[in-house]
Design a protein around this ligand. Structure first.
Ligand SMILES: *Cc1c(COP(=O)(O)O)cnc(C)c1O
Length: 252
């Protein structure tokens, strides 16, 4: 399945449902790694739990999830509060408004959508005040679509050069959302572009371990073939989302 065809994703409700879905995704990750001649364990699976209610997140945690990716800061923070008895961490993977930097600094274990200088400065300031550091990924708009957040490819290296000044931000790598298409030959160039930017940044020693967060339910195997080290998978684990993604990516 590729792109936005989500009809096959049934809703996971029980521990058995989640265990089965996680196993299926992990098996496909393993097979994709093997086909690419890569080592097992080179890809981290980040379950994306946006729109999923807290009761079902408890079940997912019981099935072994230890980190959840959330797109909206307010929703993530509510879940973080209400599930504080669980041993789970929170990754913010959606656009950050500067006035929410304080919240992210407080509860997030990771922020994958850094894409502008104001957000970097605001996050760093809030983290310094709390005496914390935060793992961050720089989001790149690799599809050229107006509707997508992320830095233009040409702006990535200059932006990365400004980040060492923010000592509370630990730069881990790059993140992208590929074009939504059922045609792998339209999706692949997005992943290739992210990887080539990562390689350039690595040559300049700007990008820490140089992680590549790319690949979602519809395209994670392709992303792994192109070098992904973190796939963000929602619907293939939790089931189809009732809400259209236009709520998450303006203009879609
Ligand atoms: C929703 C979302 C995902 C997961 O998409 P699925 O189709 O549910 O796998 C991945 N990354 C980001 C940034 C998202 O907002």
């Amino acid at each position: 399945m590729t792109g936005s065809d989500t009809t096959a994703y049934s809703t996971a409700r029980t521990v058995e449902d989640f265990t089965r879905n996680l196993q299926a995704v992990n098996t496909r990750i393993g097979a994709a790694l093997q086909r690419a001649g890569r080592e097992p364990g080179e890809v981290r699976l980040l379950p994306v739990s946006k729109t999923v209610d807290e009761d079902r997140l408890r079940v997912a945690a019981a099935a072994g999830c230890t980190m959840f990716g959330e797109n909206k800061v307010q929703e993530a923070m509510r879940k973080w509060r209400n599930l504080s008895d669980l041993d789970v961490e929170w990754s913010v993977i959606g656009h950050l408004q500067t006035n929410k930097a304080k919240d992210v600094a407080e509860f997030a274990a990771e922020f994958q959508a850094l894409d502008n200088p104001r957000a970097a400065a605001a996050l760093d300031r809030r983290l310094q005040a709390l005496g914390r550091q935060l793992d961050v990924y720089v989001q790149v708009n690799t599809s050229g679509e107006e509707s997508k957040y992320g830095l233009a490819p040409d702006d990535v290296i200059p932006f990365l050069k400004t980040l060492p000044a923010y000592t509370a931000l630990r730069v881990r790598g790059l993140m992208t959302i590929a074009v939504f298409s059922t045609d792998p030959e339209r999706v692949r160039p997005c992943f290739r572009l992210l990887r080539s930017l990562r390689d350039q940044a690595r040559d300049l020693d700007l990008i820490g371990p140089g992680e590549l967060s790319m690949g979602m339910s519809g395209d994670y195997e392709l992303a792994i073939a192109e070098g992904s080290t973190c796939v963000r998978v929602g619907q293939a684990i939790f089931g189809a989302r009732p809400t259209p993604d236009s709520q998450y990516w303006p203009g879609n």
